[in-house]
Design a protein around this ligand. Structure first.
Ligand SMILES: Cc1cc2nc3c(=O)[nH]c(=O)nc-3n(C[C@H](O)[C@H](O)[C@H](O)COP(=O)(O)OP(=O)(O)OC[C@H]3O[C@@H](n4cnc5c(N)ncnc54)[C@H](O)[C@@H]3O)c2cc1C
Length: 405
């Protein structure tokens, strides 16, 4: 295979393009905005840490593996120190549930490789650089990332051609090649792009393509705020988290966030959300709140794309029309299913796209080139983008074992 089209220039599209280009494949990446990373991936800063959990559920395993994968990827990128900083993260034991979870976590050996430490209040304050009211878990490998700079760096491979201000309208297969019809918003004309494979990475808009109407995806509004640092606040070293987070100062600014509102499509900045974020700052770091320059507070709204099972959609699509017309038997051989050869999805990354999307991009590159996969086959089955349709058709067992012999 020598050519691919990627639709969408957020972290999912850029990391998928990167993974394919690494294998020598020429990529056309189509993005409707005039720059990369203008939607969910457009926040000034994103936090890079997995939520540590006791249960080894597929979502938790994916978060851990994705976290380690993104860390490894960042180290390989040019100028990575300008994009990422491993400042560490303290997850405060801010309520009884979190406290109980942290106690159990500190007693299990399964997460030892993450090298987290349990801190009492004094230890946590010493690492935080400011006085804290409670202790928590410290994850030294965690850090912040600049998503736009990361997307730019991922697309710097000369095999990747980024076509901006262009909206993909439809995808059809003709004579063994996939054809994407796309409208250029500046030239006001439509172009057709052809390639052997297409990867759909356009987050909440994937249903615009008739091949993925069964995708169970919900937009979840989130508002992030940021404010100017002060001499006092510059002392914060790691990210400090409860159910919100505050970042250390980066280029003179701290981020604090974020709100979470499923199906809320309001694009305007919400003063109530700003207040909620600042209240969280007050609880996390009262000494910093005291010196807050309220006039400097800014905000940005974005939408996460959340699936019903909180797992991304990553892998090859099944032909939905064929499957509905002619449902397979529960014990069918997965190879006999109506696969749409060469049509893939990388989307639905919820609140953790910076740690799940690059790993999913690598998975798709592995599947498309029949090469090494970065995760086991059981987990790959759980990510398949057609799993919700299979479940609807009563084929749950098949959905869980698409790649398992
Ligand atoms: C407020 C907020 C805070 C967050 N904080 C964090 C965090 O700290 N850490 C973390 O890991 N994650 C965080 N997330 C989640 C993370 O940002 C997302 O999971 C991730 O950015 C999703 O990336 P994506 O590429 O799938 O989607 P997007 O970044 O939305 O990219 C999709 C792209 O597709 C383009 N597109 C859509 N349709 C078309 C079309 N037809 N043709 C061409 N282009 C098209 C869009 O313009 C867009 O650029 C946060 C999200 C929000 C909203």
């Amino acid at each position: 295979m020598t050519s691919a089209i990627v639709i969408g220039g957020g972290i999912a599209g850029c990391s998928t393009a990167f993974a394919l280009a690494k294998r020598g494949i020429a990529i056309t990446l189509i993005e409707r905005h005039d720059k990369l990373a203008q939607e969910a991936s457009g926040n000034p800063l994103a936090m890079l840490y997995p939520k540590l959990n006791i249960k080894p559920t597929p979502a938790n395993i994916l978060a851990l593996q994705g976290f380690l994968f993104t860390l490894g990827l960042l180290k390989k990128l040019p100028k990575s120190t300008e994009i990422f900083n491993a400042c560490g993260q303290i997850q405060l034991a801010f309520n009884a549930r979190e406290q109980a979870k942290q106690t159990t976590l500190s007693q299990t050996s399964e997460t030892e490789f993450l090298k987290f430490q349990t801190l009492n209040t004094e230890e946590a304050s010493a690492i935080a650089g400011i006085p804290l009211k409670i202790g928590g878990l410290y994850l030294p490998q965690a850090g912040w990332v600049k998503p736009q700079a990361l997307c730019e760096a991922l697309c710097s491979n000369p095999l990747i051609s980024v076509v901006t201000s262009t909206e993909a309208l439809s995808i059809e297969k003709q004579d063994e090649l996939w054809r994407v019809t796309a409208a250029n918003q500046q030239a006001m004309n439509a172009n057709i792009y052809e390639a052997e494979i297409v990867v759909i990475c356009n987050a909440n808009d994937i249903k615009q393509f008739h091949q993925c109407t069964s995708a169970a995806i919900t937009p979840v509004r989130g508002q992030l705020n940021w404010f100017k640092s002060s001499v006092e606040s510059e002392k914060i070293k790691p990210i400090i988290c409860s159910d919100h987070h505050v970042s250390p100062a980066v280029d003179g600014w701290h981020c604090v966030g974020t709100s979470y509102a499923p199906n809320d499509l309001h694009a305007e900045i919400s003063p109530a959300d700003t207040q909620q974020n600042l209240n969280a700052l007050y609880k996390l770091a009262p000494d910093i709140y005291k010196y807050l320059d309220i006039e400097s507070v800014q905000a940005r709204v974005g939408w996460r794309s959340q699936t019903l099972d909180y797992m991304p959609l990553a892998g090859q699509l099944l032909d939905e029309e064929q499957l509905c017309k002619n449902p397979s038997r529960y014990n069918a051989n997965p190879a006999s299913l109506p696969w749409l050869s060469g049509l893939y999805v990388n989307a639905g990354h919820g609140s953790k796209g910076m740690i799940t999307a690059p790993l999913c991009g690598e998975l798709i590159a592995g599947l498309a080139t029949d090469s090494h996969l970065p995760i086991n086959l059981q987990l790959a089955s759980k990510l398949n983008p057609s799993r919700f349709l299979l479940r609807e058709l009563g084929l749950k067992q098949l959905a869980n074992s698409l790649f398992v012999a």
